[in-house]
Design a protein around this ligand. Sequence first.
Ligand SMILES: NC(=O)c1ccc[n+]([C@@H]2O[C@H](COP(=O)([O-])OP(=O)(O)OC[C@H]3O[C@@H](n4cnc5c(N)ncnc54)[C@H](O)[C@@H]3O)[C@@H](O)[C@H]2O)c1
Length: 337
Amino acid sequence: MSKILITGGAGFVGYHLAKRLADQEHEIVLVDNFSRNGRDADLLTLLQRPNTKLIEGDLTDPASYEKFGTGYDYVYHLAGINGFRQFMDMPHEVLRVGAATALNILDWFRTKNNPPAGGQGAKILFTSSNEVFTGAHEAFGALPVPTPENVPLVIADPYNPRWSYAGSKIISELLFIHYAKVYNLRMVIVRLHNLYGPGAGYDAMIPKFIGRTHNRLDPFPMFGPDDLRASCYIADAVEAMQTAIESSATDGQTYHIGDSREATIKTILETMFEIMQWHPKEFDIKPSPNGPPTGGSTRDILDVSKIKTDIGWEAKTSLEQGLRKTIEWYLAHPAQS
Ligand SMILES: NC(=O)c1ccc[n+]([C@@H]2O[C@H](COP(=O)([O-])OP(=O)(O)OC[C@H]3O[C@@H](n4cnc5c(N)ncnc54)[C@H](O)[C@@H]3O)[C@@H](O)[C@H]2O)c1
């Protein structure tokens, strides 16, 4: 049994990760300042378990780390400001929170969570994003798709707030890499891509599609029906994160986590209509909005072969299985208007 700290534990990924690890009887401490989400029913149920605990704290404040105690085997650093609207509305906060929490958690980890004597040492995981190289697509339009880990990380335009999130992830990746080297820390960076599942907010593509289907929108708007999307079900992603932190083969490395199986927008919608047992009579077909910024390409997909080769992980949940579970959750938790 391991002692595990999850920052941003009240968020979408943090909750699913915590639930998976709590189900395995590990001792889980979640830290969050509830700047994004409240204490929803799922989280409150999880926190009733004797092996889970919540610490409320702002991780940009070094004093908040005094509440953590020590002796953690694994630390997952997920806290950050996420979401396109936030990047545009408060880029300064996206950068401040990203950079300050990365620095603080690394300083706490190296000074206060020293490796247990004789053991392999504690390990820390950082959740980065494919956004770190999206700017290279935009600036040069020449990255390979599917995109592997070892491409240049690029800010296409520092004056455009859209890149604040990429900037916060790039500085954090650099901090994790160089702290780990200089202080001999065990760490792994994972770049998550296009996750979906229960509790992923209401702004992303799949929750919006579910809402429109539930509301029987007819004609049904369909943007870029032939555009390809590779979406990764949350249970697969948290399995990958756990596998990555627990394997010593990943020490000091960066991995892409996503699903390499692509589906067109039309296929995603048709699968959803079938599950929800309704079909619009007509579609209002529109061109691709802007598409992902991949140099004009509507394909936005990670090369996930490194994680498969090194530790044998690949996404397993089918689109139909993942959508079924996601739809069930969203129908039980409709957006508050
Ligand atoms: N969801 C995805 O598809 C995706 C894709 C790529 C990368 N990521 C990264 O994975 C991580 C988790 O993503 P998520 O979707 O769960 O995001 P989320 O916004 O749901 O969760 C982040 C959590 O961090 C907390 N937080 C923010 N600032 C904090 C602070 N100063 N102190 C303490 N807690 C703070 C928020 O309250 C929130 O609960 C993030 O770092 C995100 O950038 C997610």
